[in-house]
Structure formats: C-alpha cells, structure tokens
Design a protein around this ligand. Sequence first.
Ligand SMILES: NC(=O)c1ccc[n+]([C@@H]2O[C@H](COP(=O)([O-])OP(=O)(O)OC[C@H]3O[C@@H](n4cnc5c(N)ncnc54)[C@H](O)[C@@H]3O)[C@@H](O)[C@H]2O)c1
Length: 268
Amino acid sequence: MPNQLERFSLEGRAALVTGAGHGIGRAIAISFAEAGARVVAVDRDEEAASSTRDTIVAAGGECTVAQADVSRRADVDAAAQACVDAYGRLDSVVNAAGVIKLMSLADLTDETLQELLGIHLHGAFYTTQAGLRLMRANGTRGSIIHFVSGAIDHPSPTLSVYTAAKAGVAALTKVAAMEAGGDGIRVNAIAPGAIRTNMGRRHGYDAEGNFDPVKVDQFYADRAKECPLQTVGEPEEVALMALYLASDAARFVTGQTLRINGGSQMPW
Ligand SMILES: NC(=O)c1ccc[n+]([C@@H]2O[C@H](COP(=O)([O-])OP(=O)(O)OC[C@H]3O[C@@H](n4cnc5c(N)ncnc54)[C@H](O)[C@@H]3O)[C@@H](O)[C@H]2O)c1
C-alpha cells in the first residue's frame, strides 16, 4: 500500500513565495524547501529575502531570491519567470506579501487607499495571472495560495481598505478556481487569525511614534485570552496549512478559504 504521507511531499516541485522575507512567507519558503521544493523567495525587502535563502541553503535546500514589489505587474511577471528560468517549472504560487495600516474612513488618504489595494488586491491578481499563465504553458497541475484574513469574517473599524481588499481576494480565489479547474490548477486562500509576526508590531507604537515591545506582547496576550485555545498562532503552523494546499494531499480542494485562528472570532 502506498504511504499516504508521500502526498505531502513537494519533491521535484518549484514554488514562488511572495513576502518570503519575514513572518508567514518566510516560514512557508522554509517549509516548502524542507518538503523538497526549490523556492524563489520574493520580497520587496531584498536583504530579508536573502536571509531566508541563506537559511534554506544552509539546511541543504535550493532557493533563489527575486526582489519584487507585488503591486507592480512587471515585477511579479519577472519573479514568476525567474522561477521557470531557474528551475524549469512553476508548481506553486504563494502570495503572502502584505502590509497593514490602521486608518478611519474620515482620515483615509488616496495614497493609503491605492497602496493597500495595490499590494493586497492588485498583487493577488498579478500573482494569479502570472501563475496561471506559466502553469498552463507547461501543462502543470499547480496550486495558487492567497492570504486573506479573519477580518473578512469579523471586520473592525480602521481596517476598511485592508478588509475590503482581503474580501476581494477571497472572491477572486473562487472565480480563479472555477476558471483554472479545467487545467487541474487549484486556487485557495488562507485566513489567519492572530499570528505572531512583524505585523503585530504596529500595536507597540504610541502617538509620538515611540516603540514599546511590551505593548506588542500585551496585544498578543489579549488575543490569546479571546481565543478558545488560549493562544496565538506561529508562522510555522500557518506554513503547514500552505504545505497541505500546495501538495497532492489537497488534490480535491479548490476555491476555499481555510481558516487558521484557534477558533477565535477575531473581535478587533
Ligand atoms: N500576522 C497575522 O496575524 C496575519 C493575520 C491575518 C492575515 N495575515 C496576512 O498574512 C500575510 C503575511 O503576513 P505576515 O504576518 O507574515 O506579515 P510580515 O509583515 O511579517 O511579512 C510580510 C512580508 O511582505 C513583504 N512585503 C510587503 N509589501 C510588499 C510588496 N509590495 N511586495 C513584496 N513584498 C512585500 C514584507 O517586506 C514582509 O517581508 C499578509 O497577507 C497578511 O495580511 C497576517
């Protein structure tokens, strides 16, 4: 009988991971490499992406860096092509790049609106289109994975653009899954709850811009208290969900938003 766990392997595959310099994207790049994939680590922060690459290579994996801003179509296309050039194929696209900015609608500037829509919504379109084009060209039955947020279920004030963009990405995921299914390409999204990454650092600043790490710890402690499992998540735990979606283990899973939040209702 074949070992079912072999279906989680990414041996021989190639993956493009955006936001691979920090947090969830970094953990995914490392997990995918551990599962056998060759990885293109994409980030606008080239130094951070290089650190991810160094970690993977030091552990015996294969990784190259592509510096790119996901809100620019040309950057995304070039990064995706770099994966095919380096590894001869593209099996998985993980779109984990992101930023968060808190701003009431009264204060929302056009600059912030365009920036957040550009990174989250346009970035999701660009990565989806580049992935589909290259996978179809090579006849690859690949997997595209987006990151949305628990905020799409439980919105809160000051997160209007972030929440609207993420809800748009969840909708795009469904449509893309329908269009791509005939080619055996799967498109899914992950909606994390509170995961301990740099994204939480925004809670450490006061009105004058001074940073206090204790405030960040307090933010996560408060989130843990609200969560049925009484804890927050770690990037490595999210990476295992992405690994599942990228692998043949999820052959029958598409168009879904999988939630990883400890049962939390995300009430902030
Ligand atoms: N951490 C959480 O609690 C949480 C919760 C819900 C959703 N998410 C989502 O998960 C994803 C990953 O978040 P994270 O917590 O790992 O954040 P993070 O801040 O730790 O890492 C984000 C990475 O994206 C990169 N990046 C930002 N803008 C970019 C751009 N325009 N082009 C290329 N790279 C860019 C950053 O340089 C960074 O390396 C994001 O989409 C985020 O919205 C996170």
